[in-house]
Ligand binder design. Sequence first.
Ligand SMILES: Nc1ncnc2c1ncn2[C@@H]1O[C@H](COP(=O)(O)OP(=O)(O)OP(=O)(O)O)[C@@H](O)[C@H]1O
Length: 297
Amino acid sequence: MTSTHAPAVLVEGLHKRYGAKRAVDGLDLRVEHGEIVAVLGPNGAGKTTTVETLEGFRRADAGHVRVLGEDPATAGRAWRSRIGVVLQDNHDLAEITVREVVHHFAGFYPAPRDPERVIDAVGLRPKASTRVRGLSGGQRRRLDVALGVVGDPELLFLDEPTTGFDPQARHEFWDLVERLRLDGTTVLLTTHYLEEAERLADRVVVVADGRVVAEGAPADLGGRQARRARVRWTADGVTHEEATDAPTALVARLAAHLAGPDGEVPGLQVLRPTLEDVYLGLVGGDATAASGQEEAA
Ligand SMILES: Nc1ncnc2c1ncn2[C@@H]1O[C@H](COP(=O)(O)OP(=O)(O)OP(=O)(O)O)[C@@H](O)[C@H]1O
């Protein structure tokens, strides 16, 4: 077993260039055992390069990388059997059936999950006897996830796992990841779906231009200031707005002083920035961190 003192993933000062392009430029990352960490970032930020370096598929130019205590560049088969990988590009296994491929992959691992239960867990039971070639895009993605988890990995990498899923499949996938969490699986995922990060991740790491620009629990990302609620109300035809850490107390004061005969404060709204607002503010996509499409709470 792994020492529980060392993190599952430790990256310090990772650099990777492709020609003149600095794809990863001094990235630091730490994932504790049992944690679910979501890496967010715009297209080309360096997420896949980082994850594929952690999986041992790409070589770092510089930096210290340890995954389950080993350097992925030199780790062997025993190490590989302890990680699960769901890549962004799925590989074609067109002519064999879902059942055959899941059983086949299970045979690569010393202590796999029951392949039939994995087929159930990813919702492919009705397609178990279908050739891979006959699956839809979303069903193929589910198969990728099945192949990533059938080895019962300690650490699972999911690179944009729900791209192409319909909303129901996405929710089913999230339930599957929640069950993996209960089993103690550590998960590092990349995603472009803020809702996915918010739903699954203990911690979100935002990457831009090959570096980490922010990290924290989904509810804390961007710091307290960016997360303050704003209370809006109307008095004498003028709209007022106040940012506050204690919106309930402010609303109570407004109610005591400004409520009309119907008990309502005119124009009252409590606005909280969403994770998407904060994210867009961080990566410079939009200045909505302070004035965007907030959730009315
Ligand atoms: N094999 C390669 N050869 C040359 N350039 C590459 C290669 N792989 C990635 N890049 C470049 O490195 C940068 C980072 O790419 P990467 O795929 O890591 O980003 P990403 O954050 O995963 O993006 P996306 O969200 O679009 O998947 C991009 O500018 C990309 O064009």
